[in-house]
Design a protein around this ligand. Sequence first.
Ligand code: NAP
Length: 484
Amino acid sequence: MVSRVIPVDPFDLVIFGGTGDLARRKILPGLYRRFRDGQMPEGVSIVGAARSEFDDDGYRAFVAEALAEFLPKAKLEPKAVKGFLDLLGYIAVDATGKDGWAELAGRMRKGVVQAFYFSVGPSLFGALAERLHKHKIAGADARIVVEKPFGHDLESAKALNATLAKHFHETQIYRIDHYLGKETVQNLMAVRFGNMLFEPLWKNQYIDHVQITVAETVGVGGRGAYYDKSGAMRDMVQNHLMQLLCLIAMEPPSKFDPDAVRDEKLKVIRALKPVEHEHIVRGQYRAGDGTPSYVEDAENPDSLTESFIAMKVHLANWRWNGTPFYLRTGKRMKARHSEIVVRFKEPPHSIFEEDTGQSANELRIRLQPNEGMDLTVTIKEPGPGGMRLIDVPLDMTFADALGEEASDVPDAYERLIMDVIRGNQTLFMRGDEVEAAWAWTDPIIGEWTEREDRPLRYDAGSTGPEEALILMHRDGRRWRELSS
Ligand code: NAP
C-alpha cells in the first residue's frame, strides 16, 4: 500500500515555549517526522521562542538533542535531521515583556501561512495574543494554537475566550485536544459514517452501553502541584473523555466540515444530563510497591483532589435515552490502556441452548496500546461437539490490515499541526464547545467542594476503587479488563 503525503503550503511557525517539555517531546519530533516524510515544501521556517538565551545554532543543537532523546534511532536519518534543523531559528522573547518582539516581527514573512503555537502556561495566552497584535506580527489570516488546559472552570474559560477574541477571530483559534488527532479516533468517524453497517444500529435500541476508559500507570509526580489544583475531572474528563463521548454519540454531520462536525458535538455536550452523586466514584492512589502515594506526589497531605474517576452519564435525547455511558480515567492504574467499548444488546431471542456460549457483540476502539479496532462476533466453534458458540474478534488493527506503513502513521500532534497549516479546524475544539463542557462539569466539582468530598483510596497498580466496579455491577454490567 502506498501512503499519500500531500505537502502543505509554505509556512512560518513560531513555537512559544519552544524550549519546554511539550516542544521537546512532541511538537519538534513531530515536525521532524512531517519533514522527513516530505510533507514540508521549500520555504518553511520554524522559530522557537522563549526567555532562554539561544542563538539560531544553539537552538538547533538543543533541538537535535531533543530529537535524539525522543525519537527511535532508526527514524533519525542524518540527511533529514540536518535538513530539518536548517529550517529552525530562535528568538528570545518574554511573553510579558518588551524584548524580542520587534525582532520576531522582522522574521515573519508575507505571503505564507503564519501559525503561532502557544506551548506555554495558560496564564501567558492573553499576553501573547496581545503582543502579537500590538507588534503587528500576526497577519489577518494568522492562526494561533492553544494548549490545554483551556480554563479552570466556566468563568475562566469564558474570560480566556474573550481575551483571545479581542485579537483573533474564532476561525483563527485552534484549541488542541490531542485525543482528536489520534488515528483511531478519526477512524471512528470513518467507520460510523463511511459504512452502512453500523449507523442503523447506533442507538439505544441496539446498544446496551458504552465504556470509555483512559487508564495510566504513571502518577502525578513531577507535576503534582499543578495537578492537585486540577484533578482527573478537569484534567481528563472535561476535555479528552468528553470529546471521545461526543464522537461516539453525535448525530451524523451533513458534511465533514469543521462547523458541521463541531455543531453536532456541541449538541451532545448540551444533552448531557446532570450526574447523580451516587453515579460518580472518586479515588486517590495509595503508596505502592516503591511508588509514593498521591498526597506525597502532590506534596499536600490534606489533598481532596481525585486521581481517579468513574462515572455513569446519560444523554437526554431520542437516540441515547436509557443507554448509559460509563467513563473511567485514573493514574497509577494496572495498565496503560485507553479504549472505547460499544457493547451491543444480546439478540432478542436465542435459538441456541442456554449454555452454548453466545454473548453480545462488542466494538472496541483501542487508543493504546496497539491502536486499532475490533468487533467481536459470535460464531460456531469449529469441529465436532454440536453447536457450541465462541466469540472471535474481527480485527481491524491497522498494521495487520494495511501493512507496515500503517504502523508508522503520524502521531496526534504532528497531524494536528499540519491541520493548522492547512487551515482545517475540524479536529479542534470551538470556544462554545469548551464552555459547554465546563458548564456541565462545574456543578459536579462545585458539589464536591461544598461537601468536602473525600476521594476513596485505591491501591497503586489496581483498577481503581472497588466502588468503580460496583458502579457497573449494580447495573449487571462490567468493565472490560485493563491490559497492557
Ligand atoms: P514547560 O516545560 O514548563 O515549558 C514552558 C515553556 O514556556 C518553556 O519553553 C519556557 O521557556 C516558556 N516560558 C515560560 N515563561 C515564559 C515567558 N514569560 N515568556 C516566554 N516563554 C516563557 O511546559 P510544557 O510541559 O512544555 O507545557 C506547555 C503547555 O502545554 C502548557 O500549557 C501545558 O499545560 C500544555 N501541555 C503540556 C503537555 C506535556 O506533555 N508537557 C501535555 C498537554 C498540554 P523559558 O523558561 O526559556 O522562558
